[in-house]
Design a binder for this molecule. Structure first.
Ligand SMILES: Cc1cc2nc3c(=O)[nH]c(=O)nc-3n(C[C@H](O)[C@H](O)[C@H](O)COP(=O)(O)O)c2cc1C
Length: 174
């Protein structure tokens, strides 16, 4: 029986792609969060959660917390997918509610395609655009976000998953 489970949430598929790759490399089971019951976790030693960042928070964060609090796994890792690396403050807020060690939390760059977004997300992105445009000096991530209004920006790469995969493999050897 496999003892690693990869659970993911996604809105536009980027996190699903990373989760599928990780599950395949680790010969782990893979589930989208709506197909997970908290007691499914009792069958696994290692649980990896993948979630995209929306407005500074992991997507479906509350559901993730409910599942993890009920059956804390022996080894719990998480990867966040986003347009830019979360700030220290965002990470602090995310970690405050999770039983996770710093070295078990990973960040992978994602994708942004303005044309493919829902109407609600387009409106939110317009708000973000106005906010970024108000900055005299723009960070690299902010430039990328502005770019994504003109053309899809894809910052994802399969190789970003290597540190997480190595971490799971090293822990299995202990
Ligand atoms: C409305 C909206 C809000 C977003 N908020 C954030 C954010 O706070 N931080 C971040 O790094 N990325 C943010 N993103 C970018 C998404 O995290 C990125 O597009 C990710 O690849 C989406 O993953 P998914 O395809 O699995 O849904 C946002 C995107 C949208 C459309």
């Amino acid at each position: 029986m496999t003892s690693t489970l990869v659970i993911y949430t996604t809105k536009y598929g980027t996190t699903e792609k990373y989760a599928t790759q990780i599950a395949s490399e680790l010969h782990a089971d893979l589930k989208e969060i709506s197909n997970v019951e908290a007691n499914d976790l009792i069958f696994y030693d290692t649980v990896i959660f993948g979630a995209p960042l929306y407005l500074g928070k992991p997507y479906h964060y509350e559901k993730i917390l409910d599942i993890i609090r009920l059956y804390p796994p022996h080894l719990f890792l998480m990867f966040l997918v986003g347009a830019s690396r979360p700030t220290t403050e965002d990470l602090k807020a995310i970690k405050r509610h999770l039983p996770i060690q710093d070295e078990h939390l990973f960040y992978f760059p994602g994708k942004l395609d303005y044309q493919a977004l829902t109407v609600k997300d387009k409106l939110l992105m317009q708000g973000l655009k106005m906010w970024i445009k108000g900055h005299t000096e723009k960070t690299e991530a902010e430039q990328e976000i502005l770019e994504s209004f003109n053309r899809p920006v894809d910052l994802s790469k399969p190789s970003y998953t290597i540190p997480l995969i190595n971490c799971v493999t090293e822990n299995a050897l202990k």
